[in-house]
Design a protein around this ligand. Structure first.
Ligand code: I6G
Length: 671
């Protein structure tokens, strides 16, 4: 078969790229591309080799695993190669894997797999002779790794001597060394305090720690290991016949295996397992990038064997990439409700963590300086779970020669007022106050929001139009808007205008706490607003309270107290409040809580289905009775209200000896 020159050229380019990225990733711990970009290139090369088998030469990177070995550690030749895993990226590819297994075994029987999360760490092989740890080696290129025994010996959850009497003459236990998320955060905080560079992610931190020549440094790093397989095994009386048995043996000998290890039969259960782990991914204490499935029966594994660099009996189902590479097209400044100037990177849109990302916050000037982000830079962007996308790192090798460092302007980009940095704060703030249109817009959006005055139909876009067209300048102006003014706005018909005027009227009947929250006093959130309302009962009393009186209240510290006094002391705020009251904003008089209230100051958790009250009704009534409502049960919980089908929260409460009451008791208390 003649091979088109274009294909040959692409194959050569892929060899070069993959070899380079292997070196950067495995040898220098300084990756230049994201894992997903690397996976894509690898996939593309494998596809070319499958279309043109003569291109699968002995020097193809698809035949190798990882990169080169550093000079500074001794080399270790693995007695049994440390291979790698093939990946699938969606359910369809997973179905195809399962079918390949069945085809190879010539069966249509449902397959039994062992599943566990795929940790994002470093593969390690521990060699025990007569039960004693004699060597720990990295994977290296799969055939030859590095001797990191001195460092590995410092990791507490790796036994130096295996437990039990049934210990084989030689056993190689393989698994992943990683840094848990909590340990990583603490290490990075310390790195910054010490003026050292922060690590990009837990994997890099783990790799960097394991490559330390001084094992005392490794010992100070929070490394852990979870074992997932075996290499050489000699001299065991009864050999395991399934992977689950092998893992039970490993655990019996004192090695840590995954708590999530589970036997699953058939593809449907496998997909269910992936979904379940995916949902818990963020709450797991370590980073994972997918789920690994292995055929459980070791005899079947043996029959399936290996292809190229990976076992046919195992597969990694990868989650959508959480890191991708893109370009910073611009850096813009957003002005928040309190005037905080937040730099935001406008990115060339990129699909990451399951969504298209085109913005990432850069937080403040310190953060920009630390990461040295500049307009035009190629950056690695990360998005995990519901977390706001962030720029992890600049790819320095891709920076053009003449790009200038970025400085947040000294003036507010919206109103030109001076921006100043308050001592002790990282952010710059516009000093324009309500003179600044951006702050006005944000203040009005907050006023109208659901937890504040809850003005139905007054969305962000409408507020922006109203301010831009000078129809409103503060929240009180909202109540003077007419049907005609609203109907003239873009995408607003007569009916919507009428609905909005009605909603504004309805919103005038509010609650004292909501009103206080809607004023947008710095650091007065919902809970503080509620405490203020319950304590002072009336606006007139609160307005004249001094800092000493405010500090008396739970939730209110000196900073918040000062913010409240400053807010009510400013004439323009007094005027807006008067105008709101004149417009008809009102609330029922708050009543002093009876001192012997069962609920005052208590922390309550609601669980299960309530039959007579809705969840929000129950919550509102509890809060009005002076209780705090928490979402989870802890030692600090005073009462758990259990409705129908209450589950794990109830079990936990019982375990902690917390008083559990039913809905009827709750109704009794709040009446
Ligand atoms: O790289 C790997 C990660 C996790 C693995 C692996 C694994 O099992 C949970 N298992 C094998 C067999 C291999 N690599 C080769």
């Amino acid at each position: 078969m003649t091979i088109p020159t274009k294909v040959l050229a692409r194959k050569d380019a892929l060899h070069k790229l993959i070899n380079k990225y292997n070196y950067l990733y495995y040898t220098t711990d300084n990756p230049e591309v994201t894992d997903s970009e690397y996976d894509r290139l690898f996939h593309e090369l494998k596809q070319i080799e499958s279309d043109y088998p003569s291109l699968l030469t002995m020097d193809s990177p698809t035949r190798r695993v990882g990169g080169q070995v550093l000079e500074k550690f001794d080399q270790v030749t693995h007695t049994i190669p440390m291979l790698s895993l093939d990946n699938v990226f969606d359910d369809e590819e997973f179905f195809a894997f399962d079918q390949r297994v069945k085809d190879w075994l010539n069966t249509e029987q449902i397959q039994v797999y062992i599943a566990e999360p795929k940790l994002d760490g470093l593969a390690i092989s521990l060699r025990y002779e007569d039960g004693v740890l004699v060597q720990a080696a990295t994977r290296g290129d799969g055939a030859v790794g590095e001797d990191v025994t001195a460092n590995v010996r410092t990791i507490s959850d790796i036994p130096l001597k295996l437990h039990g009497r049934n210990v084989p003459g030689v056993i190689e236990i393989r698994g992943e060394i990683f840094m848990p998320k909590g340990g990583f955060d603490a290490l990075n905080k310390q790195q910054i305090i010490d003026g050292k560079k922060a690590f990009v992610n837990p994997r890099n931190a783990a790799a960097g720690s394991l490559r330390q020549l001084d094992s005392r440094v490794a010992a100070s790093r929070p490394l852990e290991m979870i074992c997932y397989g075996l290499g050489e095994l000699n001299g065991l009386k009864t050999m395991p016949v399934t992977h689950s048995e092998a893992m039970a043996l490993v655990a019996d000998m004192g090695c840590r295996i995954s708590k999530e290890l589970q036997q699953v039969s058939g593809v449907v259960s496998c997909l269910e397992y992936i979904k379940q782990i995916g949902e818990r991914r963020e709450s797991l204490p370590y980073d994972i990038d997918g789920v690994v499935f292995k055929v459980d029966d070791l005899q079947l594994q043996h029959r399936l064997g290996f292809v190229s660099r990976a076992p046919r009996w195992a597969i990694a189902h990868k989650f959508p990439a959480q890191q991708e590479m893109t370009v910073v097209e611009d850096i813009e400044i957003q002005v928040g409700r309190t005037g905080a100037l937040t730099p935001v990177a406008r990115l060339k849109p990129v699909f990451v963590g399951g969504v298209t990302v085109s913005n990432a916050t850069l937080h403040n000037q310190d953060e920009i300086d630390r990461k040295d982000v500049r307009v035009g830079d190629t950056v690695i962007v990360r998005r995990a779970g519901d977390v706001i996308p962030e720029v992890v790192q600049v790819v320095m090798s891709k920076r053009a020669a003449d790009v200038a460092a970025y400085k947040i302007p000294a003036q507010c980009p919206i109103c030109d007022s001076l921006a100043e940095r308050v001592e002790g704060e990282a952010v710059l703030r516009c000093t324009g106050g309500l003179y600044c249109a951006a702050q006005r817009k944000e203040a009005i959006k907050h006023f109208a929001s659901r937890k504040a005055m809850d003005i139905d139909g007054l969305g962000d876009k409408i507020v922006e139009q109203l301010v831009d067209e000078s129809l409103i300048g503060d929240p009180a102006d909202l109540f003077a808007l007419t049907n005609e003014q609203l109907a003239a706005l873009e995408r607003m018909g007569d009916k919507s205008a009428e609905n909005l005027v009605n909603a504004l009227n309805d919103a005038k009947q509010t609650k004292f706490a909501r009103f206080l929250y809607s004023l947008g006093i710095r650091e007065v959130g919902e809970a503080t607003a509620r405490s203020l309302a319950l304590h002072f009962l009336a606006l007139d009393t609160l307005k004249i309270a001094d800092e000493a009186a405010l500090i008396e209240i739970e939730d209110v510290g000196p900073v918040v107290a000062r913010n409240i006094v400053t807010f009510f002391g400013q004439v323009h705020n007094q005027v807006v409040i008067e105008r709101l009251l004149d417009a008809g904003v009102t609330w029922p008089q708050e009543e002093k809580l009876s001192a012997n209230s069962e609920l005052s100051g208590k922390t309550v958790v609601l669980t299960g289905t309530l039959e007579q009250l809705s969840r929000s009704e129950a919550k509102e009534k509890l809060l009005a009775s002076g209780a705090k409502v928490a979402g989870s049960v802890s030692k600090k919980t005073d009462y758990v209200v259990a409705g129908l089908d209450a589950g794990s929260k109830l079990t936990k409460a019982e375990g902690l000896g917390i008083t559990v009451v039913d809905e009827a008791t709750l109704i009794e208390w709040i009446r």
